[in-house]
Design a protein around this ligand. Structure first.
Ligand code: SF4
Length: 363
């Protein structure tokens, strides 16, 4: 039987990997994978045996571009009630954060999910905008709220994004030579395994869908190393105890019924085709981008500078690790974040800082 924290099995897998004399770079796109890697010290163990694992664009708050942060603040300043996840509150905008606008009297409520926002609208006379952040893991619940006849004063600012187009962008940009990708278990629970196949077919990248226990990640690395050494590039499902090949059809249907794919800006990336989810025309009375077009549209195409010295863009493309940003643990800390990767609990810099794996002397 597969035991999730089996020391002997861990030793065996690491031993087999060591014998392979590896020199490979892998990427994952998941805050929970990064948490497991750093919390259990797996990142340094893997590095010791020649496996470098980078976190790509897998933190929803981190990839949310400045335009969407500014739109949210503009809506709040216009007197609209904003319902947002707590992680968004401290993300620095051009001159302020949502926290600061709330302190100045903005009606910004922290919610744990879209249902809280719908409830808020039901008991309010004011307009309520839910800021829909996240990938295929959270988009189905937003979709289902939109499809369930929500109150007239409820709308969604859809900042949802989908993972496969971002993986395509990473592979096509070719800034980092990848020997394999560890695909996110949560997202794959919804989309299944088929949407990743093009990466192996067109870019010859081995892939493994993995769970979140240390042993899951060790198995994923082992399977990727085997594919690499045998010259194979395919999608394997290490997380088959949860992920089905066709994902979750009803969640996918809800997403299709509520959203249409749209080209979308991700922080640190050029526009990624068909990577965003905009609210479908039939539901546009609940689309904050349409309902408050006068506030949102002027911000949509504005260019925003990243904070001085912030290297979150390179972090999100897997080019650098948090230790390589000169601001890490010095000017940029969770108490005083310069970039979003230090704000979100799924951000690479926040995770590294949390487990105090900062550069010597910096924390
Ligand atoms: Fe961005 Fe701060 Fe991380 Fe540097 S340490 S990449 S500024 S979040």
């Amino acid at each position: 039987m597969f035991r999730l924290r089996d020391r002997e099995m861990s030793r065996q897998i690491m031993g087999e990997l060591e014998k392979m004399r590896l020199d490979i770079t892998l990427m994952h796109v998941c805050g929970t994978h990064q948490d497991t890697l750093i919390r259990f010290g797996l990142d340094s163990e893997f590095q010791r045996i020649g496996v470098d694992i980078r976190q790509g664009p897998g933190c929803p708050v981190c990839v949310t571009p400045p335009q969407e942060i500014e739109m949210t603040m503009a809506l709040a300043k216009a007197g609209i009630t904003i319902a947002a996840f707590g992680d968004l509150m401290k993300v620095p905008g051009e001159s302020q954060s949502l926290n600061e606008i709330k302190a100045e009297g903005g009606d910004i409520r922290i919610v744990f999910g879209v249902d809280d926002a719908v409830d808020l609208a039901r008991h309010s006379q004011k307009e309520v905008v839910f800021v829909g952040i996240g990938f295929e893991t959270t988009a189905p619940t937003t979709a289902s709220a939109l499809l369930s006849n929500p109150p007239e004063n409820f709308s969604v600012l859809s900042c949802h994004r989908t993972v496969p187009p971002a993986l395509k962008a990473i592979a096509s940009m070719g800034e980092i030579k990848l020997h394999g990708m560890i695909q996110p278990g949560h997202v794959s629970t919804v989309i299944g395994t088929a949407p990743y196949e093009f990466l192996s077919r067109e870019h010859r990248i081995p892939q493994v869908v993995a769970g979140f226990e240390p042993l899951d990640l060790m198995m994923a690395v082992y399977l990727l190393a085997k594919q690499q050494s045998e010259g194979r590039a395919e999608v394997q499902n290490e997380y088959s105890r949860v992920v089905r090949p066709d994902g979750n059809p009803s969640a996918l249907r809800a997403m299709r019924d509520a959203f249409s794919p749209t080209d979308s800006v991700w922080r640190g990336f050029p526009v990624i085709p068909s990577s965003g989810l905009s609210v479908r025309k039939e539901l546009e009375k609940h689309d904050a981008a349409k309902r408050f077009v006068d506030i949102v549209a002027p911000i949509q195409d504005k260019e925003y500078e990243e904070p001085e010295g912030c290297r979150c863009g390179e972090m999100l493309r897997g080019i650098i690790t948090s230790d390589e940003c000169p601001l890490f643990g010095t000017k940029c800390t969770p108490q005083n974040p310069i970039g979003p990767c230090m704000v979100s609990r799924e951000g690479s810099c926040h995770i590294s800082h949390r487990y105090r794996r900062a550069k010597k002397g910096s924390v």
